[in-house]
Ligand binder design. Structure first.
Ligand code: FAD
Ligand code: FES
Length: 255
């Protein structure tokens, strides 16, 4: 785990209220694995006090990128970060996706809303590993779709303005009919209700599925015990989202 002061390269608006932040962080770029996250101190005062977690979106040479939606004080401050300024960042954190398992051929990447965040870095790793990649994206409306740095993209929108009129899990059901694509493995990220539906879909299709959970985190490094994830099994035990996740096999957790 690195603790760095990273120089901001740019903050670019890519959709309404959605930004890509790029910063110079060679050691982090070399170390990070798809599905891992960074914890960014978004203000230089005590407001906001806590670091904010963001999945790594892409690496490009010595640069690391995150994509974020402006929802509150921390992300508002981040959207105003200036090129040449510095950000206090910890990472890479958590456990990422298991992408290099030889037992599957096709990776189906499934992103709901800003759940697209870890998919470009995963796509690059999968391409390197020689896997076939299919990407299913869902958004409320067409203007919220962010489709760059992905492969073989199919889309669904809640309002029907692009692609399938429905959810990204409806799209998965259409793309993965019963009995087909037995060599596929699902990798999902998005809001909790979507991940719950995706886990149920994977269970009924007997497909392996890993998801990256989103939730509140305080310390982000396994100290405060504030991010429990209930594990399945007879003993009701808990894992920590920040340390044992945020990526879990849907078989192992109660979403
Ligand atoms: C492992 C992990 C990875 C994450 N990766 C990303 C990422 O790649 N991109 C990204 O944009 N976000 C990501 N998030 C969520 C991100 O950390 C929060 O959006 C961020 O902490 C909000 O900070 P804030 O100070 O702007 O909002 P706060 O001031 O903390 O919250 C302001 C308001 O927004 C609400 N809110 C907070 N988070 C969200 C949310 N995610 N969606 C909708 N409403 C919210 C709060 O309930 C509150 O009402 C991730 C979270 C985790 C745990
Ligand atoms: S956020 Fe503190 S232990 Fe996970």
């Amino acid at each position: 785990m690195l603790h760095i002061l990273a120089r901001v390269l740019h903050v670019t608006s890519v959709a309404p209220n959605v930004y890509v932040l790029a910063f110079h962080a060679p050691d982090l770029a070399a170390a990070v694995r798809p599905g891992q996250f960074v914890n960014i101190l978004t203000g230089d005062s005590l407001q906001p006090l806590l670091r904010r977690p963001f999945s790594v979106y892409r690496t490009e040479g010595d640069a690391v990128e995150v994509i974020f939606q402006r929802v509150g004080k921390g992300t508002a401050a981040l959207s105003l970060a200036q090129p040449g300024g510095f950000l206090d960042i910890i990472g890479p954190l958590g456990a990422g996706f298991h992408l290099d398992d030889p037992r599957y051929q096709t990776a189906v990447l499934i992103g709901g809303g800003l759940g697209v965040a870890p998919l470009p870095i995963a796509t690059a790793a999968l391409q390197k590993a020689g896997k076939r990649v299919v990407t299913l994206l869902g958004a409320r409306t067409a203007g919220q779709l962010v489709e760059t740095h992905l492969e073989n993209v199919h889309v669904a929108t809640d309002d029907g303005t692009r692609g399938l009129h429905g959810t990204v899990v409806d799209l998965a059901a259409q793309y993965l009919p019963v009995g087909a694509h037995e060599d596929a493995r699902l990798f999902g990220c998005g809001p909790t209700p979507m991940l719950r539906a995706l886990a149920e879909f994977a269970r009924t299709r007997a497909l392996e599925c890993e998801v990256s959970l989103e939730g509140q985190m305080a310390c982000g490094i396994g100290i405060c015990q504030g991010c429990p994830v209930e594990l399945t099994g007879q003993l009701r035990t808990y894992a920590l989202m920040c340390k044992d996740g945020p990526v879990f096999n849907t078989r192992d957790i109660v979403i």
